[in-house]
Design a protein around this ligand. Structure first.
Ligand SMILES: NC(=O)c1ccc[n+]([C@@H]2O[C@H](COP(=O)([O-])OP(=O)(O)OC[C@H]3O[C@@H](n4cnc5c(N)ncnc54)[C@H](OP(=O)(O)O)[C@@H]3O)[C@@H](O)[C@H]2O)c1
Length: 255
């Protein structure tokens, strides 16, 4: 990545997830970056422990519960106390289903539940908003910085031809609207911050596993492949791209 140097620092939130941990690994293995903060609800996960063994001090873990505003606020304050600005922040978390809680993407209207709406909106919409609220200051400095959030093509209103998945689609559409608004506000007060909504493509992970059966084999990406593609898109992003919604291959997606 040409935009990251030995002086750069990144924060990946949802760092124990399939794509989140692949992003952390790619940053550490393939860029000269000084350090990566890996924020996770399980900072001692096997994925992060294995990365810590390989990359030592360049990886710092941090516990955060993205469903709790106070936990997000504490993360922002702890990182601000380090007094080291960030050059990249990636929201790599997301929610689609929770079998134990009986939450599943809706096929029809009657499947909509308050619990499903609450979980999707709390994680996919509220968390990125609160993270921006408490962490934008860490990115607002004299150098180029990127605030990226993993979205999903199914959150595109213009692209919705199948219906269903009401809570997930709506929470991602709202997240995209937020990214757009954030880009406009950054244009006024944080002019070097580029805000992006990114679709990773169908990727092998716990989130997509129940829906992989009908995905052709060559269309199911590995997290490592997707991490490389997303970081390439982030690397190429210019200020004019801020507020945009892009797929893993760099192509813009209609709102
Ligand atoms: N996989 C796909 O095919 C696909 C397609 C389109 C879009 N996406 C998007 O890509 C992003 C990453 O998904 P993924 O495929 O990597 O999924 P994943 O492996 O299931 O990871 C999601 C991560 O989100 C965090 N998270 C989820 N629910 C949480 C909760 N209740 N409380 C706290 N943290 C929670 C966790 O991170 P920690 O364990 O670190 O806390 C979890 O590991 C999501 O935004 C998803 O919508 C994925």
């Amino acid at each position: 990545m040409e935009t990251l140097s030995e002086q750069s620092r990144a924060l990946v939130i949802g760092a124990s997830g399939a794509i989140g941990s692949a992003l952390v690994e790619h940053l550490l293995a393939h860029t000269p970056i000084q350090g990566v903060w890996a924020a996770s609800s399980q900072p001692a996960s096997a994925r992060l422990m294995s990365l810590a063994e390989r990359y030592g001090d360049r990886l710092r873990t941090l516990e955060v519960d993205i469903t709790e505003a106070t936990s997000i606020q504490r993360m922002g304050e702890d990182l601000a106390a380090e007094a080291k600005p960030l050059h990249l922040l990636i929201n790599a978390f997301g929610f689609l289903h929770d079998e134990r809680a009986g939450i599943w993407p809706e096929k029809r209207l009657e499947d909509i539940s308050p619990e499903g709406l609450e979980a999707n909106f709390r994680i996919n919409t509220m968390a990125p908003m609160l993270i921006a609220r408490h962490c934008l200051g860490l990115l607002n400095h004299r150098e180029r910085a990127v605030f990226a959030t993993l979205s999903a093509r199914v959150g595109s209103i213009g692209d919705n031809r199948l219906g269903g998945w009401y809570a997930y689609r709506s929470s991602k559409a709202a997240q995209n609207m937020f990214t757009r608004g954030l880009a406009i506000e950054c244009g006024r007060r944080a002019r070097r911050v580029i805000c992006l909504a990114l679709h990773p493509g169908t990727t092998d992970s716990g989130l997509s596993r129940p829906f992989q059966a009908r995905v052709p084999e060559n269309k199911l990406f590995t997290p490592a492949f997707v991490a490389e593609k997303l970081l390439t898109r982030i690397d190429r992003a210019r200020l004019e791209d801020s507020g945009g919604f892009f797929a893993w291959d760099g192509q813009p997606i209609p709102w």
